[in-house]
Structures are given as C-alpha cells and as structure tokens.
Design a protein around this ligand. Sequence first.
Ligand code: SAH
Ligand code: SF4
Length: 365
Amino acid sequence: MSKTIDEILKQTDFSKQDILALLQTNKEDRNKIFTHAAKVKTEYVGKKVYYRGLIEMSNICSKNCYYCGIRLDNKKAERYDISDAEILDAVKFAHESKYGSIVLQAGEISSPKFTKRISNLLKQIKEISNNELGITISLGEQPDEVYKEWFESGAHRYLLRIESSNPDLYYKLHPKNKKHDFEIRLACLKSLQKIGYQTGTGVMIGLPFQTYSDLADDLFFMKEFDLDMCGMGPYIEHKDTPLYKYNNLLMSIEDRFTLSLKMISLLRILMKDINIAAATALQAIDPIGREKAIKVGANIIMPNVTPGMYRDSYKLYENKPCTDEEASDCTNCMEIRIGITGDEIGYSEWGDSIHHIKRIQQGLV
Ligand code: SAH
Ligand code: SF4
C-alpha cells in the first residue's frame, strides 16, 4: 500500500517517489506540507525575514533565453542602464531604510568595461554603507576571474538560477549554442561556490514541457549541489518571447502559484537551514503571494528599490507588481505585509545563510 502524506512527512530521507507524491497532493494534504515546512523553518532559521533591496540596474542583455521579456531579440523592450549615481542613491535608500543587504541584478553583459564598473560600484557600496550592507549580485555567467574580482571587491552572495536541472528541458528554453550552454551554466555555479560566494540557484516552475519528475529532480539537484540560497518562482509568460507559442501547454496561473509554494515548502524540508527567497513573480500572480511564501518556508524578501521610472522596463514577465511605485512607498507596505505572516523583519542584519556558516565551520568553504 502506498504511504500517506503524514507518513512521508515523518521521514528524514525522501525518495523520488515520496517527493512526487508530495508535489501532487490535493488541498488538504498540501496544507500538511505547508505546516510541516513552517515548523522546520522556525526551528532551523527562526521567524525572521531579511530584506535585500533589489536594484535592477540594466535591462540590456546579450542573451536570448526563450522565456524572458528582456532578451536581446525583443526589439519592443525599451532599454535602460541606470547611472552609477542613481544606483548609489538607491543603495543609500536601502541603507537608511535599514535593509541589511542589497542585490544588483541585470541582463547578462560580459566585457572588461562592465567588470570594472561593477567592481568600482561594489567598493563604493561598501564605503558609503560603512561595510554595513551585505551585497548579493546576479549578473549571469562570467569568467572565473570576473567572479573572483567581484568577490574581492565586496560581493559575497551570487544568484544564478539553473532554470531547470534537466538539460533536455533547458534546451527547450534556450537556443542551443555556446552562449546558452547548460554545462557552462553549471560550471559557473560550481566556480561561484569554490570561490567562496554564498551560492544561490533556482528554477522556474510551471514551464511548458516541465513534468513533476523534472521538479522533483530540481529539488534533488539543489540538495546535491549543497547550495546556500535559493530563489525560485512561477514561470509567467511574456507575449513578446518565443516560448509564448506554447501557452496552450501551461497549467493555470493559480496552479503554477500553488506548485511554487509547494516547491518552496519541500525545499525547506529537504534543506532546512538555507536561505529561500519569496520570488517577486509570486506577487505578480497574487497580491500577497510573497507573504504566502514566507508562511510556508521562505525567509528572504527582495523589496524593489530600483528608481520608479525604470521599473516598468525591467519586464522579464508580464504583470510585474509595483512598477508604478517608488522605493519609499514599498517600505511601509512591506512592513505591514510581513506583520501578517507572524514573522519579524531583521532590520540592518545581513541574514547570511546559516547553511553557509555551518559549511565554513566544517571546513567545506
Ligand atoms: N540575466 C541574469 C539575471 C537576470 S534574469 C540571469 O539570467 O541570470 C533573473 C531571472 O529571471 C532568471 O534567472 C529567470 O529565472 C527569471 N525569469 C526570466 N523570465 C521569466 C519569466 N518569463 N517568468 C518567470 N521568471 C523569469
Ligand atoms: Fe538575459 Fe537573464 Fe533574461 Fe536570459 S533570463 S534573456 S540572461 S536577462
């Protein structure tokens, strides 16, 4: 006889069959997973949520991922590149608002000029915040030397989603060429970990062609990779991208949302002490989507501090939330939102990954 959800949740190790059963639960059983994940979260990382002020510094990108609204070939995307002075203003805002960290994210650009620019920015961010701000960067695939230079310049966390751990699915989402090579992306993740970054990855959930088996494998991939942080969220279609033509294969947006919450809960159960972000894409579907993710296992939120005038142009997907607001509007709104989850905000704290701290203590970093 097959196991009940209660029986599976009592285990400490999970087979692929267990994870598949958990991923496909109905509403009643789903709540059992959520409750269990919330308990694990409280026990291992506590009830504090950490802020990472997100600066979407440019939507210029040299790549052509089939799902992304700011891909190179989308001529409809109006391109911008925020000046260093404006970036530093956003940094000051995050610092003054007692956000413990910031995230610099952009489309993928690789050039000596860009490398230098980021290194200089990182040093300036450290300086103007008296080294009080933690820095995460999410600037795509880069040569090892670049990752090293940025690490030495002050970035200590890196987010690079694997998008899907199944190479076959990966190549349905990306052109098959050197610029979009699964093995290179994986090698980049490995070198980030080796250099000493707190390394974060993640996947999109509810993609066309994606199966429950793929998602179960994604969870095992993250566990095996021993990552420190994860940011994963629902795939949201964008009409000016090639993947849009497969919209008929998608599950409903509500189901993608619920499945994303399940993935977050299951990852919390599998990797108890990592940092898990409540992806912004969740909020594009449900106005309190990120808060729901906090309730079921996530412990990181990335409030957008990009100057309002640029936000509308950083459109990876449609229905992006809060593009008509300024960063200061978000602060009040966020505090009220976290309040409803029963968690508190770790103001002015870095909120580093406990998993990474333990790996250092074990001599693994
Ligand atoms: N260029 C960098 C960082 C910016 S893109 C990179 O690709 O790593 C950040 C993330 O946005 C991507 O990793 C991808 O998972 C997500 N994304 C892009 N298009 C999306 C879409 N249509 N729906 C949901 N997430 C999307
Ligand atoms: Fe560029 Fe990142 Fe979008 Fe791919 S996902 S097209 S690399 S911004």
